[in-house]
Design a protein around this ligand. Structure first.
Ligand code: HEM
Ligand code: HEM
Length: 185
């Protein structure tokens, strides 16, 4: 088991970043949808705090992941994969990276414009406001963007996961297997 990736395999650091991000997005997104549809009351405050803290963790992980990626070689696409599929997969991955930043950033902007300060990351680290105070218009727009981006992310990630399954079980090129933890193979 190697920490770094090579021309054929993903290393364990890249796999860790991939699957922890998937779990975070599913968990934070599900909690977000539920809490946004419940009547607002003070007892929900800790749930909002957890949503924001785990969401900001996603942002920190996305930064670390891109930094690691800059020095980590990427496995090559399987030989014989059509050019359009290679370009499609790369464009999809790039879009997923953009969304992993945009999702928490839009939430942070929304929270800043709502100005329900102070916000602490897991009750430990103070998180600065991006707006410096309340802004009702921006709050409404950031909320719409935050929600819309989530549905876009779900759609792109579903297509991405479906392609991974098609590659693994129809084209049988081992694409999914090489992203799974080693003990799964
Ligand atoms: C992985 C990152 C994140 C995901 C996937 C995510 C997803 C969601 C989703 C799906 C909703 C429900 C939207 C709706 O139906 O109105 C939501 C609501 C919300 N999000 Fe996030 N979010 C993330 C990060 C953040 C961050 C970092 C913050 C703030 C620092 C934040 C603040 C909020 C707030 C305040 C709401 C509640 C909206 C309401 O009560 O109407 N989110 N989020
Ligand atoms: C929120 C959900 C997901 C996100 C944001 C996401 C994001 C990404 C990104 C950005 C990459 C490219 C990695 C890089 O080049 O650094 C990638 C690769 C990959 N993902 Fe996901 N992914 C998600 C869900 C899934 C699921 C559910 C599966 C499996 C069913 C999956 C299977 C794969 C595989 C197999 C690769 C490697 C492709 C290759 O070796 O060329 N992903 N993912």
């Amino acid at each position: 088991m190697s920490l770094k990736s090579d021309a054929q395999h993903w290393g364990s650091v890249a796999k860790f970043f991939h699957w922890i991000s998937v779990l975070l997005i599913i968990g934070v997104g599900t909690v977000g949808l539920i809490m946004a549809n419940l009547p607002k009351k003070p007892s929900l405050f800790p749930v909002y705090n957890m949503h924001k803290s785990f969401g900001l963790t996603m942002l920190a992980l996305a930064v670390l992941r891109l930094a690691w990626r800059a020095f980590d070689p990427h496995p090559r696409e399987p030989a014989g994969m059509p050019r359009w599929q290679v370009l499609g997969a790369r464009a999809g991955h790039a879009l997923l990276y953009v969304l992993m930043f945009a999702m928490p950033l839009s939430g942070w902007l929304f929270d800043s414009a709502a100005a329900l300060r102070p916000l602490y990351w897991f009750n430990l680290i103070p998180i600065p406001s991006l707006t410096g105070g309340p802004d009702t218009d921006l709050k409404a727009r950031a909320h719409i963007v935050h929600e819309a981006l989530f549905f876009l992310l779900v759609a792109v990630a579903a297509g991405h996961a479906a392609m991974a399954v098609v590659h693994q079980y129809i084209q049988r090129d081992g694409i999914l297997a090489r992203m799974l933890p080693n003990w799964r193979r």
